[in-house]
Design a protein around this ligand. Structure first.
Ligand code: UDP
Length: 481
């Protein structure tokens, strides 16, 4: 039985970072890359996660693994082939790790049986391909159960946890209890920030690596204003401007492409190029708070200006490991439908085409660039790549004061932070920035600088390379302090 599906990875050259980093910083990255290529010679670097599309983990793997290949490391990516009952349990784990009960069902013996059957099967399916000297990077709760089986093979096992919560609660601890026995057997565990490290894990094996964005991907590459408007028109998100050029973008391999597929749009009135626009881009997940984004906008922004809200997420059939997506999109549609006609015409709900991930990325890129204010009003957020993406595009961002968002936004300088449940504060922050374009521009400028300094892919790559070096040398995984 097939337990994983390989995802192709085309190598990307590190050299393109020279223009962003400057010669000196680029030289340091280059040296690390040469070291890792030497120590990894003859080894495979396996990455295993649960989806190749949709969400931040897939987004990051797409580019980090490609640059890893570009450095000469034999990187592979395998995606688990789960089923509905397994993904129901792992979504429950994901929600619990964020302190939320999710579907309300317990992480009990029955859940463990479902979880272990699938993770064991996946690990056994890979067992005869993994050699003793290989490095295996397992991502997120879906894969932790593979650790005890893979342990027997003698490779170097790293578990990468992309989720976390600032203040763990009783629910979070239930997920830790469920997973700890597997995770503790890894050679290293990587968390995005200090606050996310679980209690009673070995400090010598604990490593912190913040996420990062790929500034050269279709998601983040520079677009002219003409391109931005043309892409939005082609995707059916904005009125066609007669002067609009072609809806073109550049794929990560450098080839030109065009946005052709249209989004599914729930709206009463088409957006015009001159409308002020507030955008949130997120998976259809309650922890991204679509209801709060809409309610706060209607109650505290609509009365004060003419701006529109556009909330965009992926087409719901496309994200295999997220069983709640369909229900959450339906809830958002119901909420919008219940608004007064005047409010409703200011709110656009959009499901973006996912058939071509780079086309999807180009539309997200255009939406973020088109936005006067980007919001990320999540109730829980491991990191929030969408925040870094918007900051890189010099947008003014209003986001919840939670999780990794706090590492990204220096409140009042490179964006505005608000309490996650405070609809009034969210609305007021949005109105303030819409009404003061000079301040928004200055904030956007500082935001882009902050991303360049802290959240580029080369920083993550260098940290991973150093970790591999320490493990292969038999040193503790944790960075010496
Ligand atoms: N995203 C996307 N298309 C969509 C919705 C989201 O490409 O329709 C991307 C978004 O741009 C970001 C990632 O998915 O790169 C979401 O990552 P984030 O860390 O913000 O949240 P997660 O989904 O991992 O909770």
């Amino acid at each position: 039985m097939v337990a994983t599906t390989p995802v192709p990875i085309a190598p990307l050259p590190l050299q393109r970072f020279e223009s962003v980093l400057g010669p000196e910083a680029y030289r340091c990255v280059r040296e690390e890359a040469e070291r890792v290529r030497d120590v990894c010679a003859g080894r495979i670097l396996w990455n295993i996660n649960s989806t190749a599309r949709g969400g931040g983990v897939a987004e990051m793997l797409q580019s980090l693994l490609a640059y890893g290949r570009g450095c000469g490391v034999d990187v592979r990516w395998e995606v688990m082939v789960g089923d509905e009952s397994f993904f129901a349990v792992t979504k429950r784990l994901h929600n619990h790790l964020h302190g939320s009960p999710g579907d309300g069902l317990p992480l009990d013996h029955a859940a463990r049986e479902i979880y272990e059957a699938m993770t064991r099967r996946t690990a056994e399916g890979l067992a005869d391909r993994i050699s003793p000297g290989d490095i295996v990077l397992l991502h997120d709760p879906q894969t932790a159960g593979m650790i005890p089986v893979l342990r027997e093979l003698g490779g170097f096992l790293i578990w990468r946890c992309h989720v976390g919560i600032d203040t763990p609660n009783r629910i979070t601890q239930q997920a830790w209890r469920f997973l700890r026995g597997y995770v503790a057997q890894a050679d290293a565990y990587v968390f995005s920030r200090r606050q996310y490290v679980w209690e009673s894990l070995d400090p010598d094996r604990t490593v912190l690596i913040a996420p990062s964005i790929d500034v050269f991907s279709a998601k983040n590459e520079a677009l002219t204003e003409v391109q931005t408007h043309a892409i939005l028109a082609a995707a059916g998100l904005q009125e066609d401007d007669l002067d609009a050029g072609a809806a073109v973008f550049t794929r990560i391999d450098g080839s030109p492409a065009r946005v052709e597929r249209r989004a599914e749009v729930e709206e009463d009135r088409r957006l015009r190029p001159d409308h002020q626009l507030v955008v949130q881009v997120s998976r259809w997940d309650r922890l991204k708070d679509p209801a709060g984004v809409i309610d706060g906008f209607v109650q505290h922004v609509v009365p004060h200006c003419d701006a529109h809200l556009l909330y965009a997420g992926p087409a719901v059939s496309a994200v295999a490991d997220d069983p709640e997506g369909r229900a959450v999109l339906a809830e958002a549609r119901t909420r919008r439908a219940a608004l007064t006609a005047a409010a409703r015409e200011r709110v656009h709900l959009v499901a973006l085409p996912m058939a071509d991930l780079e086309e999807n990325a180009a539309i997200v890129n255009a939406l973020q660039r088109r936005a006067d204010v980007v919001v990320q009003k999540s109730l829980a957020e491991g990191f929030g790549l969408t925040v870094a993406e918007a900051m890189w595009k010099r947008r003014a961002v209003v986001a919840s004061r939670i999780g990794g968002i706090q590492d990204q936004i220096d409140d009042g300088r490179s964006g505005l932070l608000v309490g996650p449940g405070d609809l009034r504060a969210y609305g007021q922050a949005v109105v303030a920035l819409l009404g003061d374009p000079a301040r928004a521009t200055e904030m956007g400028r500082r935001a882009a600088r902050r991303v360049a300094e802290r959240f580029l892919g080369t920083r993550s790559l260098t940290q991973y390379f150093r970790l591999f070096g320490r493990l292969l040398d038999g040193r503790p995984a944790a960075e010496p302090s």
